[in-house]
Design a protein around this ligand. Structure first.
Ligand SMILES: [Zn+2]
Length: 312
């Protein structure tokens, strides 16, 4: 279903921790904000378990509460990116995969998923976004328990927000029109790796990365959003997370913006769900994964119709 452009378009991105909004899709948000789209960031946890990854920042925060520091960093990054609104769901960071903090009784990944879904349904109904961006199921890539949770809860919240029978106390139903997964494609990793080598630099993408990236190819349903002129936003927003991001990191900052732009100034997404002309939800991800060629053809036609534009 075409999105009605006669009113202001609203976009909501759902992230797990402060800094995820900067590493994933920051340039896209900057572009759409600049084009007049209302942008909302939902951050599920406070990042309480974040390590200080920038050695120079250690002294700065020695006696401070890390959650308060990260809140300030998040505010700064959200401003740089161009988020109009920031909503904190207030859950507790579960910590890196496999760490003891995963078992903290209040850890986000332990909270009953129904509770998270209801909170997300409530913010969706309040903000009425046309577009929602969240994470794919990336268990095999980055199995952070909070990221897995964000995926699981937001996919269901997308379906339930428009259903008057679900969560009747969470506000007036609103059905968003598009659900996207922010995505770092194998193709993109290989392209960036090549640029490091061409520049005579050591690539942060080692053998393991390259092997994995090669196995992530073949996602022909990637949507590449043009972010020409906004590439620098990602770098600037990441640097706002002073305690979390090492400015010397070659992973984040090894290539100058113009070189990244010469690869392709794009952010990659997967289209997960869309509403049809009757307002029914079509599970594009399922159609793409189907064994039935007709399903895949249908998915391809939907994708072609929106290609290159999250609002398309
Ligand atoms: Zn995260």
């Amino acid at each position: 279903m075409k999105i009605d452009r006669s009113e202001q378009i609203r976009l909501m991105a759902i992230h797990a921790h402060p800094d995820d909004e900067s590493s994933k899709g920051a340039a896209t948000i900057a572009r759409y904000h600049h084009e007049g789209v209302h942008t909302t960031l939902v951050c599920c946890t406070g990042g309480e378990e974040g390590d200080i990854l920038n050695p120079k920042a250690r002294n700065l925060v020695a006696n401070k509460d890390i959650a308060a520091v990260r809140r300030e960093e998040l505010d700064n990054a959200a401003k740089i990116i161009g988020y109009d609104e920031l909503i904190l769901l207030g859950f507790r960071d579960s910590g890196m995969p496999g760490s003891d903090t995963n078992n903290h009784p209040e850890a986000f990944s332990h909270v009953p998923i129904e509770e998270t879904i209801e909170k997300l349904v409530a913010v969706i109904r309040k903000n009425r976004p046309h577009i929602i961006i969240t994470y794919a199921d990336e268990r095999d890539r980055y199995p952070h328990p909070d990221h897995i949770r964000v995926h699981e809860a937001s996919v269901v919240a997308f379906d339930h927000a428009g259903d008057p029978k679900k969560y009747p106390d969470a506000g007036k139903p609103w059905q968003p029109s598009r659900l996207y997964y922010v995505f770092f494609s194998g193709q993109r990793i290989l392209e960036l790796h090549k640029k490091f080598l061409e520049a005579g630099k050591e690539s942060p993408f080692g053998k393991e990365w390259i092997e994995r990236a090669s196995s992530w190819m073949g996602n022909d349903h990637i949507i590449r959003v043009d972010v020409t002129g906004y590439t620098h936003i990602r770098r600037e927003a990441l640097l706002a997370h002073v305690t979390q991001i090492d400015p010397e990191s070659s992973f984040w900052f090894g290539l100058p913006d113009d070189v990244i732009d010469s690869v392709a100034p794009v952010d990659d997404y997967l289209l997960a769900k869309i509403t049809d002309e009757h307002g029914n939800i079509v599970d594009v991800e399922r159609l793409y994964g189907s064994n039935n060629p007709d399903d895949r053809k249908k998915a391809k036609a939907i994708l072609n119709a929106v290609q290159g534009d999250l609002i398309g």
